[in-house]
Design a protein around this ligand. Sequence first.
Ligand code: SAM
Length: 334
Amino acid sequence: MYDQANRDIHCLRLSLTESCNLRCCYCRPQEPAALPPQELTDAELLHLVQLFAACGIDTLRLTGGEPLLRAGVPQLTARLKAVPGIRKVTLTTNGTLLSAQLPALKEAGLDGINLSLNSLSYTRNKRISRLTPPQHAAVKQAFEDAMFCGIPLKLNYMALRGYNEQDYRWLVRRYVRFFPVRLRFLELMPVGCARELQELGIPNSEILQQLRQDYPRLYSLPPAQSAAFGDGPAVYYTNPGWAGSVGFISPVHGKEPFCTRCNRVRLSASGFLRPCLASEEGVELGEMLRGGASDVQLLEAIRAAVRSKPLQHPFHPWDCLDIPVTRDMYRIGG
Ligand code: SAM
């Protein structure tokens, strides 16, 4: 499916739930969350995914909220994998509930795991994600289990000034050098509650500079090899002798045009199709489905929404946003 800028849109982020058991300071405000919307049922989700696949979507990423709070994710994964045209299903998770479900997820054919891991230190992780000691222990266990389960693993790391800005150096020294793990640095985007945290955001260029000091032979992987790691916007580097790699996702401070390579759209837990993370424009597919819309009408709505995908997000520069993105990331589906 091609949009107005001729970008090939073939990835769909599926939010399985807006509920989350953590409150990461940049994702979910401390005050009680809004009442979650009525979630799509598995049958509704599968129906919509069949239509998306008919339009050319071949890659799904299950996210949320915390997707593993939804019951039956391994079974849903297997059913999504069986939809004709769907090539790849991956999962983004905070890891608190992952270990117990890993064997079933593997059995279901899950193609990749993105584990959000901002620090291995409980004190620092707690400041960021407000988790409890058992939750932190579960995340560490999930990290180890995921590393050895045979499903390709990426770590999502959000470096925040004064919180965990040096912790990635330990992850590189201890893990990236020896295991085939991809440590990816996310730049903080001014979305929802994160708009108050501008001073905490660290440009990825600073992290790369530090890594180059630690590892002077660090080199960037050719785009084709980066693309083989997952066709998202990350730019990957490695070092001679490393088993793993580091990846940079730089929507805010990156010099390269970020949105020209965007290939995704998002479906919220209630079925709202959002062509751009930073826009409230979209179409209520869930409501249409429940209102009795035909497949032809749904397909037309999907195609129209994708065609109108905005050319660029409004995050440059941070403090001059034309249209502030007020919705928190846990509701958009990160
Ligand atoms: N609960 C799951 C998790 O923690 O991975 C999935 C949902 S979470 C919204 C997905 C990803 O979005 C996380 O890796 C998180 O770090 C990232 N994220 C959340 N808020 C963000 C923001 N303001 N800017 C950039 N990334 C953000």
